[in-house]
Write a protein that binds this ligand. Structure first.
Ligand code: NAD
Length: 246
């Protein structure tokens, strides 16, 4: 493992040499866009709750309005932010090199997609979308949707919920499979802005046969498996690594 400014040049060489690259991103990827990481997210009204206690199916069933309101606050925040230079550097690289770089993200903010990254593997869903809490019945249609916090089916009472993967839930199998396939086929994985404690996403970095580069201003659980650790922010380092003439 290495750590320091000189390593940027070395990792740029690895980027040039790799036929297939995966970017595995977490909340720190969007920090410089102004989206708080989970560790920093608890302000104001929500300071007394832990995200791990709100982002669960049990919490939603116990108090659907409270969890819906928390997501409404996060949705409103995400709707106001823009992709940063890191998101844009990744998307520009993908456009210059079609099919060479896959983004697998734990983020639900949609900023990679907004920056123009194609085929983003959104491991934990998208906060801008809803889905049904229970498997939808024939009556669960838009026409029967009753507004509310949360909206519900006017006929059977089925609730709408955010289309994100909550703690304790399974990732969408086809998305996880595609991310695993990409990880296994890659020669280089850039692990950006993740503490590396949420599985199975973190397992992708442990499974890849290629080199692993961690990009994070702080220590993370994946530093131990990294071939290089770059201490810095995503919006600064990714353009240096991915742009042709930074
Ligand atoms: P995390 O909050 O556990 O860790 C964030 C990591 O980002 C930390 O290691 C931190 O040091 C690092 N970081 C902070 N600023 C950075 C920067 N400028 N550049 C690079 N790294 C930076 O996040 P996680 O590992 O993604 O896991 C938490 C879970 O919370 C995930 O499942 C994720 O889906 C969810 N989450 C998503 C968002 C979002 O969509 N933006 C925000 C908060 C949490």
């Amino acid at each position: 493992m290495t750590d320091g400014a000189g390593d940027v040049g070395k990792v740029r060489g690895w980027v040039r040499a790799a036929r297939r690259i995966v970017v595995l991103s977490g909340a720190g990827m969007s920090a410089e866009s102004g989206v708080p990481t989970f560790r920093d997210a608890q302000t104001g009204l929500w300071a007394k709750f832990r995200p791990e206690d709100l982002a669960t199916e049990d919490a939603f069933r116990a108090d659907p309005k409270m969890v819906w309101d928390w997501y409404a606050m996060r949705r409103a925040m995400v709707a106001k932010v823009e992709p940063n230079a890191g998101h844009r550097a990744i998307a520009a690289f993908q456009q210059r090199h079609p099919g060479r770089l896959t983004v697998a993200t734990q983020n639900v903010d949609g900023l990679h997609q907004h920056a123009g990254s194609p085929g983003v593997l959104a491991l934990h869903g998208n906060i801008a979308e809803d889905t049904w809490l229970e498997a939808p019945r024939a009556c669960c249609t838009d026409a029967n949707l009753l507004p509310g916090t949360p909206p519900r089916c006017a006929v059977c009472g089925n609730l709408r919920r955010p289309a994100v993967v909550w703690f304790g839930e399974t990732l969408p199998p086809e998305v996880l499979q595609a991310a695993q396939d990409a990880a296994l086929a890659s020669q280089l994985m850039l692990v950006v802005g993740t503490s590396g404690v949420v599985y199975p996403a973190a397992g992708l970095a442990r499974a890849t046969p290629g080199r692993v580069v961690v990009i994070n201003p702080q220590a993370s659980d994946l530093d131990a498996v990294a071939d290089a650790v770059l201490r810095g922010g995503a919006a600064v380092l990714l353009p240096q690594l991915l742009e042709e003439h930074p």
